[in-house]
Design a protein around this ligand. Sequence first.
Ligand code: ADP
Ligand code: MG
Ligand code: MG
Length: 916
Amino acid sequence: MAKRKYVYFFGGGKADGDTAMKNLLGGKGANLAEMANLGMPVPAGFTISTEMCTVYYQNKGKFPPELRVAVDKAMAGVEKIMGLRFGDPSVPLLVSCRSGARRSMPGMMETVLNIGLTSKTIPGLVAKTGNPRFVYDAYRRLIQMYSDVVMEKAAGVEPAEGKGVRQQLERELQKVKDAKGYKQDTDLTVDDLRALVETYKAKIQAVLGKSFPDDAQEQLWGGIRAVFQSWMGKRACSYRRIEGIPDEWGTAVNVQAMVFGNMGDTSATGVAFTRNPATGDDHFYGEWLPNAQGEDVVAGTRTPNSINEATRPVGTEHLPSLEKAMAKTYKELYAIRNKLEKHYRDMQDIEFTIQEGRLWMLQTRVGKRNGPAAVRMAVDMFRERLITAQEAILRVAPSQLDELLHPILDPAAEKKATVVAKGLPAGPGGACGQVVFTAGEAVAWNKQGKKVILVREETNPEDVEGMRAAEAILTARGGMTSHAALVARGWGKCCIVGAGAIHVDAHARQLAVGSTVVQEGGWLSLNGTKGVVYLDRLPMVIGSEENPYFVAFMKICDKVRRLGVRANADTPEDARKARQFGAEGIGLFRTEHMFYGKGAEVPLFLLRKMIHSKTVEERRKALDELSPHIKADIKATLEAMDGLPVTIRLLDPPLHEFVPRAEDERKRLAKSLGIGIKELEARANALHETNPMMGHRGVRLGVTYPGISECWLRAIFEAAAELRKEGKKALPEIMIPVTCDVSELRDQAKLVKKVHAEVAAKYHVRKIPHLYGTMIEIPRAALRAGEIAEATEFFSFGTNDLTQMTYGFSRDDIGGFVPAYIEKGLLPADPFQILDTLGVGELIDLGIKRGRATKPNLKVGICGEHGGEPASVKFCHKVGMNYVSCSPFRVPIARLAAAQAVAEEAQEPKGKKGHK
Ligand code: ADP
Ligand code: MG
Ligand code: MG
């Protein structure tokens, strides 16, 4: 057997790997290889594959001997291209050791820079560069990173809060700065640094009981080991859990020749996005720092400068842009930006370093973006013909579209509110909540059901769980590419960073802006789109439908999708909202809605009267009184949906649900029926059922009390006939609930026929257009769909009840066990949220096939909660439904998911199309 290849070289205009090899090389390694292949200036290096990560953990942290051989060989290749030698006293090569998983996990894993600086190599580098300050600056950084990443974290040392070696060293640095009155790290002189590294080494010895290694090879292997070790680090694991990244993927290690952005004023480092990741507009967008090393920009310790004039944020006028400060290099970078976008056909997130005027590319990857930016970029790139309609559709995750449908601060209230601070708009949308100062508090308060804003000096990867729990994140420091900004954007969370006026005192649990102090628990409201922080709690509104990119994007989706999208709506207001969101009809109109809530008193009283009637006569009288109310209600919704179909379900719930509990209500009812309270209670008790969910409800009511069905049918036909007379196009679809056999539908069909004839005669019309169909929500109905289709024109799968009946899980009682099932991995997800395609889905598939075998043009839809859940919508597309129906706010999501189903189908290899 041939030996496995674990090490992949890149540099000098070519590479062993390419961008398609992300699984093996990790995202960073694969794209470094790709950029090298494209002839871009990439410092030479090599990638140790993710497979070695697996081997490393299988062998309990031992490397196979062939790895050492391969690394030595690759290092020789790097040395040749760079004209330097690793560990050599006269021409020393320094390298970085960088992590890189398949999918980027911003800041979650470790990187060590400047590896190879030792007492042997330092003099050589000083002689070669003539810049001792730079050399000692690089050395102190190496010591800081290495002691933290390799000697502490990777070694499994868990220091107490504030006692980590990195923090202790940073305190030493601060001491020197304070003593000398320096503001910036760049103020430190070579002598300061020389002294500082000695302090560092002593401190490390004291804290960790080990000395900092003074051997290049030892440093290198320590770094490689630490990167693999960081894959199983606490924060990386918790990030993976949130993002659903499997532990088995592993990370790769990239060893790469160092280039230096900290060699003086003609050197710099930066991070950029080929388009603005917060808004999506087509501007090269980024940040840079002169005389700095990579991690300085991301760490958010210095406020970075903007890369060009066009994207300069307010408040940074005093900082020169790269465009102005290094015009020639900026042009070169801009050309690479264009080339990368053309090549990858997507927005890229890049890292670069300029060493004495020479540009080097250190990373590129598909950039994270929030929902509004994703939508805008998809539309723009489609219009630029960079991508196809189908690609545009796949560029926006349903959850990102959801962000556009999310609330913002009420603009009217915002005008009157008190501004406490301004920062960079890192994650748009609005949020308000109570202030907390640690990630732990954020999680704890959130558990108590409180809405919190996590306020930090700057966030670090340890804060992710708290950031997740918070409504929004606010930091005093950091730029648009800081950790907080990246993570918030990935989650579509409202976020403001670099609000420099805020003084965070996490110890005292308060923040201060000038004389304004906000204690823990105080309320703040954030406008993450503008970067404005307000005092107090502002009202929120839904904002977005006017967004022209949203509208354009939905048009692209509508062109591609084949599945119809309707809404579940019970009131004319909901119906109008549904239309606004693009619903093509109502898939479920629950008529019983009119008996709940505001304005329901009169119809509810009449319904109760009907329920408590004893004789057919009594019941008829009550129904006759009730009918006009039902008609008015149905008519208003049919009118709002003028020209679009409305599926109206006949009375569904068990009657006992409507029995009044309040004493005075019972008295009033008894009086109106002319009976005593005892008699009323006897009648009410007679309605009691042991298992009402499976009791006397749905079509069973219509079978036993045909008058109830007739009442509803009359209301529907009269409403439709009247609207037609008024010149409106009413399209009612009569839906019978809770059926299990065709006989029930034949029984009710007779009533439909009879009432239709009566109402048609009354309004002097020959026909009132309508459809007749049923909900399929009992497994038997799905199984007998072949016959049921003989008596119906449409099916609507009621997947809430169908899931309940198929699993035998009571919808109202799953709280007791389903969470445990999910935790233990017995269920992949809550089947009431995500359609169980294997079991419930098989019934649906079967039902459709059997129904259409009888009636090929049978109309089929879904009206459960699943109709707005993206994965379930895709399933509905696959099994050939005509439409899905969901809550009005989910309609755009369903339209997108339906379009994605088509786009994904087109991507599948031929012959695998459709549902098996
Ligand atoms: P992360 O995944 O956290 O971004 P990286 O591996 O990209 O970590 O490295 C952290 C920082 O160090 C980045 O800014 C990167 O550009 C910089 N960096 C990494 N390797 C080198 C190198 N060989 N030369 C110069 N800078 C480097
Ligand atoms: Mg990086
Ligand atoms: Mg039901």
